[in-house]
Design a protein around this ligand. Structure first.
Ligand code: AMP
Ligand code: MG
Length: 416
């Protein structure tokens, strides 16, 4: 970890969102280690090696349409060409003969092109009479053929190392006849909640306590990324217990994520311990919600000390942690954070200075798409997070929004 983290003076100005993201991404690298897994088990995993095509896809020249396989030289420039139909080629059941002069073979989509034929005439334009077919003029030699190796040529890179496998990638690997791929080992992430007031579910709340929700949101976000999880529970604001937790976590995992205890002037020990055990910077971010955040290293583990407020946890996770984890998982290139602009149907009060992430709801009215804030925006209000389907992102220098103004939107989910 660079000098930045050792003995950095207390920060006076707020750190911008983009700067913080870049600083984090510059300081994490992919973990070493790989394993070989069956195709299905590669879903969500990251390829550690290029997948090289061991064959052509498609394997044979084949027909893109139902119709007739013919020889272009037999076709007439004006008037129908009568051809003798000498057989049929089905997908998986090729025609074994040769298409000779004046002959045609009935052919189905996907069937191998019979020897001698070089052009496919679609069924709809032909006229059939017994074993004769009449082909009209205007056919292009070589039309409606899918050539061997057209999608993927033997020996070419079908999927590059660093690709995260989704449904399409699994199908592509299978289309090459490959049963196993080499993937990066899973990233090991230890996480715990801090705070004397935080209670685990399963028992009644004592006065002043709140149920731990952060471990569940983090569980969800980390599981979706395909990380190997080490859930270390709730750790009270007690120096000895915290020290043990930080040491155990940093020995067992590549990444340690905590929530709570990183605000300035807090009466707990989390900050002190992080500082003592590792090289950690405490950032005051120009972001709302989620102003305080710690980032650094304890031993060999990368540390993210997220704020305690439940919505701030999710905002900081998505804006700062997720891409860092993807990079550590070996994903290249990192996905582009999709943001697009939509009109906002409501007024939003805002002072310039911090980048605000509001929970938003997309509104579809006929063909018009717009966005509105989703309920109460307090940083502890998870309900509006659950009801939201996007963030409304108001950049640092922007002020209030009037109804009809265009705002940036980051949607929570898409087709992947
Ligand atoms: P802290 O940063 O530790 O001061 O926490 C900020 C706020 O978030 C406080 O109101 C905490 O009670 C709350 N909080 C902290 N951790 C959790 C958690 N794991 N689940 C729910 N709320 C939390
Ligand atoms: Mg706390």
């Amino acid at each position: 970890m660079p000098e930045l983290f050792s003995g950095a003076p207390e920060q006076r100005t707020l750190l911008g969102v983009a700067d913080a993201r870049n600083m984090i991404l510059d300081r994490v690298t992919p973990v070493a280690g790989w394993e070989r897994v069956a195709v299905r088990a590669a879903l969500g995993r990251v390829l550690a090696r290029d997948v090289i095509a061991p064959c052509n896809v498609p394997a044979h020249d084949n027909s893109a349409m139902d119709g007739y396989a013919v020889r272009a030289v037999d076709l007439a420039a004006d008037g129908d060409a009568p051809l003798e139909v000498v057989g049929t080629a089905f997908a998986g059941r090729p025609f074994s003969g040769i298409v000779g002069a004046g002959q045609a073979v009935r052919i189905m989509t996907g069937a191998a092109i019979p020897q001698g034929a070089d052009t496919i005439v679609v069924q709809e334009v032909t006229r059939r009479d017994q074993d004769r077919v009449f082909v009209p003029p205007g056919q292009r030699p070589g039309q409606n053929l899918r050539c061997a190796g057209e999608d993927l040529a033997l020996g070419s890179v079908a999927l590059a190392a660093g690709t995260r496998c989704g449904p399409a990638e699994l199908g592509l690997v299978a289309s090459l006849g490959i049963a196993e791929v080499v993937v990066q080992r899973r990233l090991r992430v230890a996480f715990f909640s801090t705070g004397d007031e935080i209670a685990s579910i399963g028992r009644p709340l004592a006065p002043g306590e709140v149920y731990d929700s952060n471990r569940y949101t983090l569980y969800g976000a980390l599981t979706r990324l395909g990380c190997e999880l080490l859930d270390m529970g709730v750790v009270p604001d007690d120096p000895a217990a915290l020290e043990t937790a930080f040491r155990d976590a940093s020995l067992a995992a590549d990444v340690v994520i905590t929530s709570g205890g990183v605000s300035v002037g807090e009466a707990d020990f989390v900050r002190d311990l992080m500082r003592r055990l590792g090289e950690v910077a405490f950032w005051k971010l120009a972001i709302k919600p989620g102003r305080p955040m710690a980032f650094g290293r304890i031993g060999n583990a990368v540390l993210f000390g997220l704020p305690g407020n439940p919505v701030a946890v999710l905002v900081t996770f998505y804006q700062f942690v997720q891409d860092a984890l993807l990079r550590m998982m070996g994903v290249t290139p990192l996905p582009v954070a999709e943001r697009f602009e939509l009109p906002c149907d409501a007024a939003i009060r805002k002072q310039p200075g911090r980048c605000e992430f509001l929970r938003g709801r997309l509104v579809r009215d006929g063909g018009r798409l717009s966005v509105v804030p989703a309920g109460a925006q307090g940083s502890g209000v998870l309900r509006s997070m659950a009801e939201a389907d996007c963030f409304i992102v108001l950049p640092e220098d922007s002020g209030s929004v009037s109804p009809g103004d265009r705002v940036q939107v980051q949607v929570f989910s898409g087709l992947t």
